[in-house]
Design a protein around this ligand. Sequence first.
Ligand SMILES: [Mg+2]
Length: 177
Amino acid sequence: MKKLFTPDCYIRSFRDLNLKRLCRMGIQVLVCDIDNTLVAHDEALPNEAVKKFIKKAKAEGLRVVLVSNNVKERVDTFAQDLAVKTYPFAQKPLKKTYRKMMKDSGCKAQQIAVLGDQLLTDMLGANRIGFYTILTTPVAQKDLKCTKINRFFENMVFHVLALQGKLHRGEYDEQTM
Ligand SMILES: [Mg+2]
């Protein structure tokens, strides 16, 4: 069965992502969710660690793009000094924005990686289209109201995946190779 929720890679934080490994795997585009992946949802701007991460990813040769289900204003404000392409109001887990990314970048699904904090939106949408999926632990505990509902169901999915031996919360992957 095609996997739906299980990420290809599970990390504690974007800081721990092995960018060189992604490049070796043939990844060309790194798609980053914003809220609770890079910063808490109430942080309007990227902090120094985020700026450094995006700079490093670009230096490795990755094209970084930002994706969010949040509104354009939030995404534009966040991205204003980052010089990256943005996809606001993405309606994850629907495939349409992910399809647009493939078209815009000219890349195949297997050349695109998605970094996100939610199983039900980031991982589900990206798995369905065949992108490489990277799950990170949320930056903060607090969520937007709509995300709170997602988290309730996400906890159930985490529970099932743990029973199946596919994913255990807090047991991060070694990013070797
Ligand atoms: Mg998020």
